[in-house]
Each structure stands twice: as structure tokens, then as C-alpha cells.
Design a protein around this ligand. Structure first.
Ligand code: COA
Ligand code: ZN
Length: 304
């Protein structure tokens, strides 16, 4: 098989994992999980979003969460990422010292309207303005949501994804994220879309963000890896989902990705024991089912 030697795993549980959980997670639990993840060997962790608390109540304490975890993340050499939807979010993120900002635009018009109340064109205009205003202060990456399937039935054309990726690169983004927001992709679809993107820009420019709604996220990961893609987001415990995308379920679980990569001899620098500890903190403090294969095994072994 054609596999990269090293894959960068990017952890998104504190943002994507937590945002969809109905019951407010205690502040101390959020901080404890992030501090634990900081020791796991990640290079980058998306620790929160700076969004309207009406849209995502779970992120209302993001500034305080960042303040309480910044030192541990820094001392472990972890770069921080946060999702932002508008200028207010960017200003708060810059003031908090976040290293990288994820600006999300949906390829699907209906999902973009549901998620951020703008058409994709309006979001693109806003992103351009944000880069003009803040591009010298912080690194931006463009996240193309629903790039592999739309929950509202819109057709997602490869040409449109290419066009939106080009827009991001022309604005100066070093990376564009390709998100399967609702977990609708399959390995053939991943392969055909990513072949076109990799052909145009090379594999180093893309981050894959895959959800496991239909159990295909690891297969999709493998399909992408065979094209040389080597940056993958995941969430410990398999938590996650967009509250504005009907049917969205968890991100692919970090511990499952790590297990697959390790078993295949691909290096990540991430520690399975450290993820196990994070899973235990989530079990204790977060009201959400843990959806991962490896967490089930951890559970058995810790019960012995
Ligand atoms: N941080 C904190 N508060 C914010 C904010 C931000 N970045 N952006 C807006 N707000 C507040 C406003 O102050 C306003 O509060 P008020 O009603 O008390 O005055 C309220 O949120 C609504 O603001 P408005 O500018 O009218 O936004 P909107 O209602 O048109 O919503 C978004 C647009 C983009 C701000 C909102 O839909 C959002 O935050 N979406 C995020 C979606 C998301 O994270 N999805 C999951 C990830 S893909
Ligand atoms: Zn997601």
C-alpha cells in the first residue's frame, strides 16, 4: 500500500466534540480534558470556537477555557486552533493568543445558511475582508464544510470544491480543510475528490476532517492516505457533530485512528495511554456516549 510514513493527527474534541453536547460540560472537565490532551503528543489541538453563545451555548466559556489551558499547551509545544465565524470571533481569538483560526464555509448553500446565516458567497466576501484585516496577526485556514456530502440533499460538485479551495489558497491560506461534516463520504468519493485537489495543489495543503456517522471514516482515512494525504482531524471518544447539520454524528475517534495507524506502522507521535486517560475523564465528566472501538477495549482492560 502507498502510505505516508508519518501522519499528523489533529485533535478537535474540545471544539467539534463538545459543541454538540446538550448538557453544559463543567468548566473543570473541559480544562482537565484539554490539559490531558496537551500531554498526548499532538502538534495541534482545536480547543474551542469563538461563536455566538446563542448558536453554541457550550462554547460560552471559551475565553476562560483558553486562559486556563494556555500554559500547559505551550509548555508541551502544542499549537492552538479555534473556529471563528466572524470578526468578533477573530478579535477574541487574537486577544487570547490562538495560533491558527479555522474559518468555516460550507460548500452547500443550505448548510451555510443554517450554520452561519450567510450564503457561501457572503461568507467568502467576509473571509476575504477578515484576511485583509487580520492576516498579518494570525494564521487562517479555510474549512470547507459538507465538501463530501450535504445533509439537505444539495449536489456537491468537485469543480465547486476546487473553486473554493483555489479561493482560499489565493487569499494566502497555507491549508484548506476538507470536511465530511455529516459523514456521508465513501472511499470512492474521497478518492475522486481528493485526487482532483491533490493533483491541483499537492497533498501537504489539505487537512481531512471525517465524521463516522455511517462507520466509514477509517475506510475514508485510508483512501485519503493512499493519495499521500497526511493530516487528519479526529476527536477523542468519537464525540462530535454540527448542531446545524441534521443527522451529524461523531468525528472519527482519535483512539481508533491512532490504533489503525500504529498497527499499520505509520508514526503519529501520539500516545495511546494518554488518549485512554482523556477517554476516562470524558466518561466521568461529560454526558455523552463514547463512540469508539478502542475505548471499549480500554474499558474492559481497566475493569480487570
Ligand atoms: N462571539 C460571541 N458572541 C457573538 C459572536 C462571537 N463571535 N458573534 C455574534 N455574537 C453574539 C452577538 O453579540 C449577538 O448577541 P446579542 O443578541 O446578545 O446582541 C448574537 O451573538 C447574535 O449575533 P449576530 O451578529 O446577529 O449573529 P447571527 O445571529 O446572525 O449569527 C453567527 C451568526 C455566525 C454569529 C452564528 O450563527 C454563529 O456563531 N454560528 C456558529 C456556528 C457554529 O459554530 N457551527 C458549528 C461549527 S461548523
Ligand atoms: Zn466536524
Amino acid at each position: 500500500m502507498n502510505l505516508p510514513k508519518f501522519v499528523e493527527m489533529i485533535e478537535v474534541c474540545p471544539r467539534d466534540g463538545f459543541q454538540n453536547i446538550h448538557d453544559l460540560i463543567p468548566f473543570d472537565t473541559k480544562v482537565a480534558v484539554i490539559k490531558q490532551l496537551a500531554t498526548a503528543g499532538y502538534q495541534r489541538i482545536e480547543i474551542c470556537s469563538f461563536v455566538s453563545p446563542k448558536a453554541i451555548p457550550q462554547m460560552a466559556d471559551a475565553v476562560e477555557v483558553v486562559a486556563s489551558t494556555r500554559d500547559v499547551l505551550k509548555s508541551n509545544g502544542v499549537k492552538t486552533a479555534a473556529l471563528v465565524p466572524n470578526a468578533r470571533g477573530v478579535e477574541t481569538a487574537v486577544a487570547c493568543g490562538i495560533d491558527e483560526l479555522t474559518y468555516v464555509i460550507s460548500v452547500s448553500e443550505k448548510h451555510n445558511m443554517a450554520n452561519v446565516k450567510r450564503t457561501p458567497e457572503e461568507s467568502m466576501e467576509e473571509f476575504k475582508a477578515l484576511i485583509g484585516r487580520y492576516g498579518d496577526k494570525v494564521r487562517f485556514r479555510l474549512s470547507l464544510a459538507t465538501a463530501l456530502g450535504c445533509p439537505f440533499g444539495e449536489e456537491i460538485r468537485t469543480e465547486r470544491v476546487l473553486e473554493m479551495a483555489k479561493f482560499g489558497f489565493e487569499l494566502g491560506c497555507e491549508e484548506v480543510m476538507i470536511a465530511d461534516t455529516v459523514g456521508m463520504a465513501n472511499p470512492v468519493r474521497v478518492s475522486s475528490l481528493m485526487t482532483a485537489l491533490v493533483h491541483a495543489y499537492g497533498p501537504d495543503k489539505f487537512i481531512m476532517h471525517l465524521h463516522d456517522t455511517r462507520g466509514l471514516a477509517l475506510a475514508n482515512t485510508l483512501a485519503a492516505m493512499q493519495l499521500g494525504l497526511h493530516k487528519f482531524e479526529s476527536a477523542v471518544g468519537g464525540l462530535g457533530g454540527c448542531p446545524f447539520a441534521p443527522g451529524a454524528a461523531g468525528n472519527v475517534a482519535s483512539e481508533d485512528v491512532l490504533n489503525m495507524l500504529t498497527e499499520m506502522g505509520v508514526e503519529t507521535g501520539v500516545s495511546a495511554d494518554a488518549l485512554n486517560e482523556a477517554v476516562m475523564l470524558i466518561r466521568e465528566g461529560v454526558h455523552a456516549p463514547i463512540v469508539s472501538h478502542m475505548a471499549g477495549l480500554y474499558k474492559k482492560s481497566t475493569c480487570v
